[in-house]
Write a protein that binds this ligand. Structure first.
Ligand SMILES: C[S@@+](CC[C@H](N)C(=O)[O-])C[C@H]1O[C@@H](n2cnc3c(N)ncnc32)[C@H](O)[C@@H]1O
Length: 442
């Protein structure tokens, strides 16, 4: 049971949201916290509201925080982060949700009572009522504050402006948009058209993705377990950009393939759906996440050799052989998938990037040794930062004489000095980067 949840007196969705956001503000992630807290709510509408509030508040955090600062003379003490969370939740509802202003103010302020902080009821009420009175002026003030206006930390805004000087606003808005629920059809079991028909017969609205053969976007998100054939592996959840990886590897029966950072196994499963006769080793340093690879493989009815270990370790047991194909889907800033993980904007610091780049560099050098001459490595990140993408690979190619780029002739993304960058929102996809490398036969 999550800390704090045991003392909850009710399943009040605003209170539950405040407890989650309070913990995110203290450094925990939404994807870690939400499943535990949602489990405590019996009503699916309450679960939907908590999800909408938590994602919405973190997506708009810098904007809401700016407004809050204008409305509160003194900042709250750090022990009152729960009250700060309630203020943000109230502002979010008034700005973005159609719950009715009275309910938004009254219910949100009332939640402070359930936290046994009666003193805060009047405070929250006052701040939210002041917002209603000063709304227009406050929204106007946002225009002069780009970080608040685009709800993006300065370093990330700067990165977007540098990469896409003509369209950075559009990219920022794409990162702040609500993502579709995206599916990957298992074409060993059904064609995409057949699965689209099945969805329609079940009353589920869906569209094929334009550039991704196995991809479908649902018009409305739904419980995965209710997707037809989900338990039998007919379909999985995966963004379209991530679905491009498997097709870039040129998989053939009998090939030895290493997925060096495999968990939770989205791309491992896709490779086996595309070519079931490969010998796949799925490696990840995180034992808990590796368990999810195992569950995903068993749902689609495929097998791989699972290994827990550090891909930068030159002596791990997986290094006793060489591979025809390597997928290197590295840990990264995840700046391309902010629409799916909006708390990244709050949790990630610019200084984290230096350490990530070092780790990527180390893994890349170590894993390269495991590629057979003539073999192919696909380098992938869900980052939009050149340091983690083309700059990383430029340096790698300059120090690794037996490596050369295998330029991809594909209709998506934009060519960089090495590899291709998919901009956030391009063709409705997450921001992603791919580069394909070949090892020269010496
Ligand atoms: C971007 S995710 C991989 C996503 C996965 N390829 C998929 O499609 O589902 C990066 C993964 O790298 C793992 N990781 C981080 N550091 C690692 C290391 N030193 N060695 C191996 N795996 C590592 C993380 O646990 C995480 O699961």
């Amino acid at each position: 049971m999550p800390a704090g949840a045991g003392t909850m007196k009710s399943g009040d969705p605003r209170l539950v949201s405040a407890l989650v956001i309070q913990k995110v503000l203290a450094g925990r992630s939404l994807s870690e916290l939400l499943p535990q807290y949602l489990d405590r709510l019996a009503d699916s509408r309450d679960r939907g509201l908590v999800q909408a509030i938590c994602f919405g508040v973190m997506r708009n955090y810098l904007k809401l925080h700016f407004i809050q600062r204008q409305l509160m003379a003194k900042p709250l003490k750090s022990r009152d982060r729960d009250i700060e969370a309630l203020v943000l939740i109230g502002l979010y509802q008034l700005l973005y949700l159609r719950v009715g202003d009275h309910a938004a103010v009254h219910e949100t302020a009332g939640a402070a009572n359930k936290l046994r902080k009666r003193w805060a009821v009047g405070l929250i009420n006052g701040v939210l009522r002041n917002f209603q009175r000063q709304r227009e002026g406050l929204i106007e003030a946002l225009e002069g504050e780009p970080e608040a206006r685009y709800a993006m930390p300065g370093w990330l805004l700067h990165a977007l402006q540098t990469q896409w000087p003509e369209s950075w606003q559009q990219r920022a808005e794409a990162l702040n948009s609500h993502p579709p629920m995206s599916l990957r059809v298992n074409r060993q079991i059904n064609s995409r058209d057949d699965y689209l028909d099945l969805l329609r017969k079940n009353g589920i609205d869906a569209e094929p993705m334009p550039r991704v053969e196995s991809g479908i976007n649902l018009t409305r998100a739904m419980d995965v377990e209710s997707l037809p054939g989900f338990a039998r592996g007919c379909v999985s959840i995966q963004d379209g950009a991530a679905q491009l990886a498997a097709g870039l590897l040129g998989l053939q029966p009998g090939q030895h393939v290493l997925d060096a950072c495999a968990a939770p196994g989205g791309k491992s499963c896709h490779m086996l759906e595309m070519e079931p006769e490969i010998e796949l080793t799925a490696l990840d340093s995180d034992a808990e996440r590796l368990q999810r690879v195992s569950e995903n493989l068993s749902r689609i009815g495929r097998r791989a050799t699972l290994q827990q270990g550090d891909a930068a370790d030159p002596d791990g047991s997986w290094t006793s052989q060489c591979y025809d194909r390597i997928l290197l889907d590295l840990p990264c800033s995840a700046t391309g998938v902010i629409r799916r993980h909006p708390d990244i904007k709050y949790l990630r610091r610019e200084t984290d990037i230096i350490n990530l780049v070092k780790l990527q560099n180390k893994i890349l050098d170590t894993v390269w040794r495991l590629l057979k001459p003539g073999g192919v490595m696909l380098y992938a990140t869900c980052s939009i930062l050149p340091q983690e993408n083309e700059l990383q690979l430029q340096q790698f190619l300059s120090r690794q004489a037996d490596a050369k780029e295998d330029v991809m002739d594909v209709p998506w993304g934009e060519a960089r000095s090495v590899g291709r960058q998919i901009a956030p929102g391009e063709d409705g996809l997450d921001g992603f980067y791919y580069a394909r490398l070949i090892k020269r036969a010496t």
